[in-house]
Unconditional design. Structure first.
Length: 473
């Protein structure tokens, strides 16, 4: 006998608010005909009820109209809002407006803006002593500081900043109680770990860089992208078999979302350095077959949609929902975009803002509800366009990367022809095409030999090493 179960009734229960504080702040604002003097009070009350995105236009207007000159209360509000909604909402403001507040988070934003235009000394001045320890922006500021020192060739200062970054980030991770915040900190920590290796690589200390790269665990979000860097480090160590081993990992099915055409350039270049000219030529020819036509199609697509940020936002959204276009390259690029940490952060902020819609609708005061709804819509539309702009920018950067890779492949193809010709003219012995032997492997006492049978193991990715003999004279 089958039992008849009562239907399950699901109720969506929204949190209830009295809105007393918001109503009072709103009344003062209306009474003074919208005086910016009362904007901070409105923002403060909105934050009490979790309306962070709704408060953004008030903060921007307050700053634009000359507010927050040595106002610690407003600086604290700014810190709270930006930490919650992300820095990009405020990066669009002019520098002279951002400088009107001494909020530590704004000093970080100013440093980022200066960094992007190559004004590194000014960026360091914004960071110098302005962001205290334990502040939410401190880990990210240290990452930026370490990157600047590395670009300026100050390796010791760069390594010190990255080590401080790792320590500070771990401390804040131990106190984090928000899943999104914890994810952001984990990614920042890992980029600081990698930053140490990058600084040593930039300083041409390849042996130390190799050891530092090993400090990043393979379950890290950023691990797939640094395999390419490790491969270059091995290349400069003239350990070409290890370079090829790092690069072959990108052929694993679990890595099929990664897009970096320079992987194939380095692969071909490495074969060329081993004088395996036929292998180098095959990589070049396959690269052209794979990317040449699709690249032209994607460029045409980008020209067609220009700066239609809404379209690019929707394109990424459809990719997340499993939809694909007819262009294999575009599909690959979009898979790479939607797995990117920056895109994820932007989207999560957008979803956070959308959660405020129902709260605003529950306001009893009709005029206040209408104004707040308009403010929220303004902030959400900007966030949507920020996402679309990021998607578009990433696609354009990838096209530039492909152009650069085509140039590299053309050079390699010509160089291979020249070297093969020289080899044919001057070689006195027939070529020996034995493909590999364990005797060509280089390994330390801490590394073990494991036979490769054609499969990829999740805990062994990135540790493959080829055993090819150089055919150079």
């Amino acid at each position: 006998m089958r039992l008849k179960l009562a239907p399950m009734i699901m109720l969506l229960i929204l949190p209830s608010f009295c809105w007393a504080g918001v109503n009072e702040a709103w009344t003062n604002l209306v009474r003074t005909k919208g005086s910016p003097k009362y904007y901070p009070n409105v923002v403060s009350e909105l934050l009490e009820d979790g309306l962070y995105f709704t408060s953004i236009p008030y903060l921007k207007e307050y700053l634009t109209r000359g507010g927050s000159q040595n106002n610690q209360k407003v600086d604290l509000l700014i810190d709270k809002v930006v930490t919650k909604v992300g820095v990009r909402q405020f990066e669009v403001l002019p520098t002279n407006v951002l400088e009107r507040t001494k909020a530590p988070i704004m000093r970080y934003i100013l440093a980022k803006k200066s960094f992007r235009v190559g004004n590194y000394e000014r960026a360091l001045n914004y960071l110098n002593g302005t962001i205290p320890r334990n502040h939410p922006a401190k880990p990210f500021a240290l990452l930026l500081e370490g990157s600047i020192f590395s670009i300026l060739g100050k390796t010791k200062s760069s390594v010190a900043a990255f080590k401080n970054c790792v320590s500070e980030t771990k401390d804040q991770m131990n106190r984090a109680d928000d899943e999104n915040r914890l994810r952001q900190l984990a990614i920042n920590r890992d980029y600081c770990i990698v930053g140490i290796a990058r600084a040593k690589f930039a300083g041409k200390d390849f042996d130390e860089a190799n050891l530092s790269y090993l400090d990043l665990p393979k379950d890290s979000y950023v691990w797939p992208e640094i395999l390419f860097e490790e491969a270059w480090n091995s290349f400069y160590q003239r350990d070409y078999n290890r370079t090829l081993g790092k690069l072959v990992t990108y052929k694993a099915p679990i890595m099929n979302f990664v897009f970096n055409p320079e992987v194939e350039v380095l692969r071909s270049l490495t074969y060329m350095e081993l004088c395996l000219f036929e292998d180098a030529k095959k990589v070049v020819d396959e690269f052209y077959r794979t990317y040449q036509e699709d690249t032209l199609a994607v460029k045409s697509f980008l020209n067609k949609y220009g700066k239609d940020y809404k379209y690019f936002y929707l394109l990424a959204k459809s990719t997340l929902n499993g939809k694909r276009s007819g262009n294999r390259l575009l599909n690959k690029l979009m898979q790479n975009v939607v797995k990117d940490a920056a895109y994820t952060e932007l989207l999560q902020s957008f979803n956070l803002g959308r959660d405020e819609i129902q709260l605003v609708k529950s306001l009893g005061n009709g005029k206040m509800r209408k104004v707040f709804a308009s403010n929220l819509r303004e902030a959400l539309l900007l966030q949507r366009d920020l996402i679309g702009a990021y998607v578009r920018k990433t696609l354009h950067l990838n096209m530039d990367l492909l152009d650069k890779s085509f140039e590299g492949m053309t050079y390699i193809k010509l160089e291979v022809l020249g070297r093969r010709k020289k080899q044919l003219y001057y070689s006195e012995e027939p070529f020996n095409r034995n493909r590999g032997d364990i005797k060509y492997l280089k390994r330390s006492e801490k590394q073990y030999f494991w036979t490769f049978n054609g499969e990829f193991w999740a805990d062994e990715l990135g540790d493959y090493v080829f055993s090819l003999k150089s055919e150079c004279d």
